[in-house]
Design a protein around this ligand. Structure first.
Ligand code: 572
Ligand code: ZN
Length: 358
């Protein structure tokens, strides 16, 4: 095996609007870990939020934190107990490693584990560096037909998979997806892959709806932020030809959460994936007298393999989500592109491997 070069250029968030690239020691894997040469790392909305605000809810960047959690890598070294991976394997990295012993972990709902260690959620470091150590059993070997960018995109795709599983989407479901950002788009594609017969996706921006159509949305609806939710619900129902039996909010805006609850068919499900304000006003009576179930989504659990199968089988094509590529040396530019929405980015990918070529 080629010797490991002592270059571990790493992107560290020091504070608001202050990302620095610096050399860090190459970490040493424990017995159940792998050392990864990092490859593709996508920029998530939460990374941008920590950069511009320094916090999300109770999670505050108090010490310098390595950024990034949507990632893939190539195995450089394995710990002595690791059996399912070998050096050279390309893997997708599931970024949250739970405690494995609490009741949530034992029930398989490990996304609810209070002690989960989740990349780039302060004070836990992320993985945007040349090298990174991760629990081997939270690394998924990529088959030859799945690229390293797709491996990184399994992270947001897993959110969509989790949402569709919790929504109970199946053959013939009629689905409303609110918001055509990365999460809305993967959710729409998952809904189709799960068998939904009609999916309508909404957004404020035309360019996002155009991409949604290209990715397989049956219908799109442009949202006027001044429109009443009753009028929007009428439009949704008119376009779909019936009420959706599942609505999935992927933006967190009050107007859209209200629309999700009002538009959903009696007996259906409104799934809330987007996170906006802590407190919003909701048309609760409309939901409860019609037995519309309201479900929240928090990341994902046991969904990476499904996401990988969807991509490997060609049932979901996430590649067109990537609109921009940067080298790790250009991380500051990559984040500026995200913050200022330069060139209408959907997913910005940063490449940590010095051998990566455009
Ligand atoms: O990719 C996982 C992910 N989860 C997000 C946001 C972005 N990416 N969530 C919204 C914010 N919460 S949080 O609980 N938190 C910052 C830990 O408010 C996590 C889920
Ligand atoms: Zn994320």
């Amino acid at each position: 095996m080629a010797p490991i070069k002592e270059d571990n250029l790493t992107a560290v968030l020091y504070g608001i609007n202050d990302i620095r690239l610096e050399q860090r020691p190459i970490p040493v894997p424990g017995d159940n870990d792998v050392l990864l040469r990092m490859e593709s790392v996508g920029i998530c909305g939460s990374d941008v939020h920590y950069l511009t605000r320094g916090e999300i809810g109770p999670f505050v960047v108090k010490q310098p934190m390595i950024i990034g959690h949507e990632a893939s890598g190539t195995v450089a070294k394995i710990g002595k107990n690791v059996k399912h991976l070998k050096p050279g394997d390309r893997v997708a990295i599931e970024p949250g490693v739970p405690c494995r012993i609490c009741s949530f972990c034992k029930e398989g709902r490990y996304n609810l584990c209070p002690d989960v260690i989740f990349c780039a959620t302060p004070p836990v470091h992320g993985n945007l560096g040349r090298y990174y150590v991760h629990a081997a059993d939270f690394c998924f070997k990529l088959p030859d037909n799945v690229s390293l960018d797709e491996g990184a995109l399994l992270e947001p795709l897993s959110v969509g998979v989790h949402g569709c599983k919790r929504a109970g989407i199946t053959v013939g479901s009629i689905v409303l997806v609110l918001g055509a950002g990365p999460i809305g788009l993967v959710t729409m594609m998952c809904a189709k892959a799960f068998g939904a017969s009609k999916v309508l996706i909404t957004d404020v921006f035309d360019h996002r709806l155009k991409l949604a159509k290209e990715l397989g949305a049956d219908y799109t609806l442009q949202i006027n932020v001044d429109a009443s939710t009753d009028d929007l619900a009428k439009k949704v129902i008119e376009t779909l030809g019936s009420e959706p039996n599942v609505s999935m909010d992927c933006c967190g805006a009050q107007q859209m959460v209200q629309l999700a609850m009002k538009a959903t068919k009696s007996g259906g499900v409104a799934v809330l994936i987007g996170m906006g304000q802590n407190e919003v006003t909701l048309p609760l009576t409309s939901a409860l007298i019609r037995e519309v179930d309201i479900k929240g989504i928090f990341r994902y659990a046991n969904d990476y393999q499904t996401a990988l199968d969807l991509v490997a089988s060609g049932k979901v094509n996430v590649k067109p989500l990537v609109t921009h590529h940067f080298k790790i040396e250009e991380t500051v530019d990559a984040f500026e592109t995200a913050v200022k929405s330069l060139g209408n980015p959907v997913k910005i990918m940063i490449h940590a491997n010095p051998e990566w070529k455009d």
